[in-house]
Design a protein around this ligand. Structure first.
Ligand code: C5P
Length: 293
């Protein structure tokens, strides 16, 4: 991975999102002080995951049809989260403004647009969202090495987000892959892992910063890519959801994903559709904290 960092730094803030509410500013300053007090060597470690707080490793997916609905959830999660994911549903409805709203409140933004088009178009899309305030942006590794290289080149500009390549969607299993013509490997699970590894190698060659994969492949990817690789894992389901997977196929608990080597986790419906979202988020943070990779 090109300069992959487990916790990407906040992108440079565009001028219009500089005024954060005082309340959030105060909370963040206080937190920074607490971190320094508890750990005077923070910032001097070699392993980027070491010492990261659980809250830096949880990204809540705001899959909502409007900025109002999304921001209502953000309010309900205040104090529990530092990262929010804006995906296609919210971005197509609310555009860059919702990213700015999140940045104004001091949150980090993962813009999950899963870009997949010809290289020129994807590079243009990366340029279009540069400077808006997202720290992370996704492209589909299935778009190929040339597409990813064009995206990486566009993302080398100041203010551009770090790029993550989505390998095999967590909603897919070996049977679905086989129907797409991807079926190598001696058994079904191997076919998924082999495809994830193949796409990950292409992404690395193309200069992409990190990868999105399921908890089932993250240990193999961690072994292949090393401790610095930024590996983001969706498809998280708390142990007490009684097997509820929604449309996801390759799922795991937060503790399992972290133990297998995930840098950061993406969690949507288990938090946002819960009766008490903050309580579920806090439970997941406790799982992350208890299960250091
Ligand atoms: O609600 P749930 O926890 O399943 O949401 C997972 C989120 O992660 C969704 O926003 C989805 O778009 C995203 N995602 C995923 N699988 C990937 C990449 C992203 O589920 N491979």
């Amino acid at each position: 991975m090109k300069n992959a960092k487990a916790h990407p730094p906040a992108v440079k803030e565009p001028a219009q999102v500089h005024q954060k509410p005082e309340r959030t500013e105060k909370a963040f300053a206080q937190r920074r002080q607490e971190v320094r007090r508890s750990d005077p060597q923070a910032g001097q470690r070699k392993d980027p995951l070491e010492g990261l707080e659980a809250v830096d490793r949880l990204i809540v997916a705001l899959d909502f049809p409007s900025a109002d609905a999304a921001m209502e959830m953000v309010e309900r999660l205040e104090g529990c989260c530092r990262w929010f994911k804006v995906g296609m549903e919210l971005y197509y409805a609310a555009g860059n403004r919702v990213i700015e709203q999140l940045r104004e409140r001091g949150y980090e933004v993962f813009l999950d647009l899963k870009l997949h088009d010809i290289p020129n178009t994807v590079a243009g899309a990366v340029r279009s969202v540069t400077g808006v305030g997202a720290s992370l942006l996704t492209v589909h590794a299935g778009g190929g090495e040339e597409m990813m290289r064009a995206a990486a080149q566009a993302a080398s500009a100041p203010g551009a987000p770090k790029l993550l390549a989505v390998t095999v969607l967590t909603s897919m299993d070996a049977t679905m892959l086989r129907r797409l013509g991807v079926s190598d490997g001696p058994d079904a699970d191997d076919a998924v892992r082999a495809q994830v590894m193949r796409l990950a190698r292409l992404a690395r060659t193309a200069g992409i910063d990190g990868l999105v994969c399921s908890a089932e492949e993250v240990a193999a990817l961690r072994a292949a890519m090393g401790p610095q690789a930024l590996l983001v894992v969706p498809g998280i389901r708390p142990a007490d959801t009684a097997g509820r997977r929604d449309d996801q196929r390759r799922v795991a608990t937060a503790a399992e994903a972290i133990a297998h080597g995930a840098s950061m986790l993406v969690v949507g419906r288990p938090i946002t559709q819960a009766a008490e979202p903050a309580r579920v988020a806090t439970g997941i943070l406790a799982e992350i904290a208890a299960s250091r990779s």
